[in-house]
Design a protein around this ligand. Structure first.
Ligand SMILES: Cc1[nH+]cc(COP(=O)(O)O)c(CN[C@@H](CCC(=O)O)C(=O)O)c1O
Length: 401
């Protein structure tokens, strides 16, 4: 019999598996609030107009070829990605202290960064928030880092456990790596205030903790690209070193193109160039070099002022629709008089509402109302429309009462 006969069936992914279950449900009232992917008011995926325009330009440019990219990807894309997150006037960019490599979306950027740290950074402990995106612990563990958690969410206030966060980072070993969601924390939708970020920065710098930013939602939290990068820019402004993983999956709607970038901000340009040479040694045996199409779209948009402006308008429209879903869901809960305080629905930011519903209530909503969401009670607001809000509110009301 097969040499793989011993292989046991793995469980579905807690997030991507929700879509599998949704697709298998034939109910006409089913709603998919699982995967953090934008949907229009009509419940359809969205390809931004500016993306279509960029693709048309690429197709029409017959001089373009399909040659291998370099290991680090499209140089234009890397420079423009660094500018997007660190700011056009970033001192680190001006002093040539940043190395940026094109990676396979946010996940790939995190993995390449983690593999690099496991090989070249002395401290292998990484502190990640409790809770965090479900894939984080697996990415870092498989890269050879040892994962610990820092307190982040306070179920009682449905807000930030700021003191717990400070206490846990204070107790961390000197030099430990700390994963920070740049904005729009997944799954809680709770972000530190600017003042709290400053206190986190001071504490981390005083202990030599190494910041590793995960920026998967720049522009989705506030609808403004610069505002959503403020946490990252505070750390870079102090002259210290950090890593930043970027994804264009959500803010440019390039989910399946797998477009992202890893940047490492170093003390000086000589170190940055040596770091880049070692990043190439991580990437080459992993996937050799990145895909050309998605990054070409991003570079086309970011380098053209008018297309960049058009992108910001479409991005704001997506962020605004999500905010309007928050307001409609909150109003629907109020209208039903559902017991409890539901104001976190409008206070939380980014794509997700961390409802506070438990796994049992979630499974009730799935079986009785065909609502598909992750078992931790997170719902992707982008999966809602004015048409489906009442159905979700009915399901939540029934689950609570
Ligand atoms: C915080 C965070 N970081 C990185 C990523 C990676 O995204 P990508 O650029 O596609 O590799 C995601 C996507 N997480 C949403 C999408 C589905 C997934 O889990 O993946 C989600 O949590 O639904 C994040 O939420």
């Amino acid at each position: 019999d097969s040499v793989f006969a011993h292989v046991v069936r793995a469980p579905e992914d807690p997030i991507l598996g929700v879509t599998v279950a949704y697709n298998n449900d034939s109910s006409p009232v089913k709603v998919n609030l699982g995967v953090g992917a934008y949907r229009t008011e009509e419940g359809k995926p969205l390809v931004l107009n500016v993306v279509r325009r960029a693709e048309q330009m690429l197709v029409n440019d017959t001089s373009r070829v399909k040659e291998y990219l370099s290991i680090t990807g499209i140089a234009d894309f890397n420079k423009l990605s660094a500018k997007l997150i660190f700011g056009a006037d970033s001192p680190a960019i001006k002093e040539n202290r940043v190395t940026t490599v094109q990676c396979l979306s946010g996940t790939g950027s995190l993995r390449v960064g983690a593999e690099f740290l496991a090989r070249h950074y002395h401290e292998h402990t990484i502190y990640i928030p409790q809770p965090t995106w479900g894939n984080h612990p697996k990415i870092f563990t498989l890269a050879g880092l040892s994962v610990k958690y820092y307190r982040y969410y306070d179920p009682a206030t449905r807000g930030l456990d700021f003191q717990g966060l400070l206490d846990d980072l204070t107790a961390a070993p000197v030099g430990a790596i700390v994963l920070l969601h740049a904005c729009a924390h997944n799954p809680t939708g709770v972000d530190p205030t600017i003042d709290q970020w400053e206190k986190i920065r001071q504490l981390m710098r005083s202990k030599g903790l190494l910041p590793f930013f995960d920026s998967a939602y720049q522009g989705f939290a506030s609808g403004k690209l610069d505002a959503d990068a403020q946490s990252v820019r505070m750390f870079v402004a102090d002259g210290g070193e950090c890593l930043a993983a970027q994804s264009y999956a959500k803010n440019m709607g390039l989910y399946g193109e797998r477009v992202g970038a890893l940047s490492i901000v170093c003390k000086d340009s000589d170190v940055a160039s040596k770091v880049e040479s070692q990043l190439k040694m991580v990437i080459r045996p992993m996937y050799s070099n990145p895909p050309i199409h998605g990054a070409s779209i991003v570079a086309t948009i970011l380098k053209d002022r008018q297309m960049y402006d058009e992108w910001t308008v479409e991005l704001k429209a997506m962020a605004d629709r999500i905010i309007s879903m928050r307001q409609q869901l909150y109003a629907a809960m109020q209208a039903r008089g559902t017991p409890g305080d539901w104001s976190h629905i409008i206070k939380q930011i980014g794509m997700f509402t961390f409802t506070g519903l438990n796994a049992e209530q979630v499974s009730f909503m799935t079986s009785e109302y065909h609502i598909y969401m992750t078992s931790d009670g997170r719902i992707s607001m982008a999966g809602l429309s004015s048409r489906t809000v009442p159905h979700l509110a009915d399901a939540m009301h029934a689950a609570i009462t």
